[in-house]
Design a protein around this ligand. Structure first.
Ligand code: NAP
Length: 297
């Protein structure tokens, strides 16, 4: 279904498949906004049995002074999934906000990512430990290899062997699962060739997740289809098109039309579309009203 059609047609499928769901029952007659309990899937179940919430707060480019408030607003609004990374350089502020929120640790999902300069097997655990300490937790729900590119420790040159085959890095991630520091492991920015390259190794644990760019402009239908068939859950980053293209996405006539029809906002239509396609959506915002808007799909 998703094999060759471009973005517009994907949104077209939303009208056919999503609209009847949202139009059903109370939602249509009372003109209330649809929400997860009435239509959208709130979680996906990973092979480990863990339930991962289908919408997360993204935290890239969220500045130090903004991040704590964004996390608190998100938790108050009902988010239970926070998308972090070592390279975002804001994990300490995230950890502080999580602690101050008093939401029990078992009730929210934290993802973090191993940065490119820490792929050497001897660097993986120490980098993870730094994330854990900053985030104020003794385990991550999900740990991803951020990019299929290994850099030297000084961050300048590619580490050729580890880039060509990240298996030694992956084995360390598997070890972190055995040690209980991480519950699920996955990758990010891996195209099909890179995934096949990794899974050609004798993995003890298959990648649960691949976090990649997916949006109207770059819907990645082949990767989505393969991932569904292979039990790898895709997470859509830059789901609204990122800073550069968010206003273009939200002003697409097809999006505006659906939004009007369903009494939703354009951002809610797009986030719903991601979840309807079977991916996780990771919208980033530091604006309280948008944080709330983005989870009420
Ligand atoms: N794995 C990776 O390599 C990778 C790469 C990129 C991103 N990511 C993850 O994906 C997350 C999201 O990606 P992204 O930040 O590139 O792009 P995005 O979520 O598509 O777009 C963020 C932009 O949209 C604006 N926005 C959010 N909600 C809105 C709404 N309801 N109405 C109008 N504008 C809205 C935000 O503004 P304000 O913040 O000013 O409200 C911000 O400018 C990141 O934060 C990160 O967690 C991962």
């Amino acid at each position: 279904m998703f094999s060759i059609i471009p973005g517009l047609r994907h949104l077209g499928t939303l009208l056919n498949t999503f609209l009847p769901v949202l139009r059903g029952g109370k939602c249509h007659h009372h003109h209330t906004r649809p929400n997860f309990s009435e239509g959208l899937q709130s979680h996906y179940v990973l092979n480990s049995g863990d339930k991962i919430p289908s919408v997360a707060l993204g935290l890239w480019k969220t500045k130090h002074r903004e991040v704590g408030q964004a996390v608190k607003t998100a938790l108050d609004a009902g988010y239970r999934h926070i998308d972090c990374a070592r390279i975002y350089c804001n994990e300490a502020e995230v950890g502080k906000a999580l602690k101050e929120s008093n939401v029990p640790r078992k009730d929210f999902w934290i993802t973090s990512k191993l940065w490119n300069a820490s792929h050497a097997p001897e660097d993986v655990e120490s980098s993870l430990d730094e994330s854990l300490a900053d985030l104020g937790t003794d385990y991550l729900d999900l740990y991803l290899i951020h990019w299929p590119v290994a850099m030297k420790k000084d961050g300048t040159y590619y580490h050729k062997e580890l880039t060509a085959n990240p298996y030694p890095t992956w084995q360390q991630l598997e070890e972190m699962v055995v040690k209980g520091k991480v519950r699920n492991i996955g990758v990010s920015n891996f195209n099909l060739r890179k995934i096949h390259n990794l899974t050609a190794n004798p993995l003890k644990i298959q990648p649960a997740v691949n976090q990649v760019e997916i949006n109207y402009f770059f819907p990645q239908p082949e990767l989505l289809q393969w991932s569904k068939e292979s039990g790898v859950l895709l997470e859509a980053y830059s789901p609204l098109g990122s800073d550069r293209r968010v206003s273009r996405s939200l002003n697409l006539p097809v999006v505006k039309e659906i939004a009007q029809e369903l009494d939703m906002t354009p951002a809610q239509v797009i986030i719903s579309w991601h979840v309807q396609r079977g991916t996780i959506a990771l919208p980033k915002s530091v604006t309280p009203s948008r944080i709330v808007e983005n989870i009420h799909c």
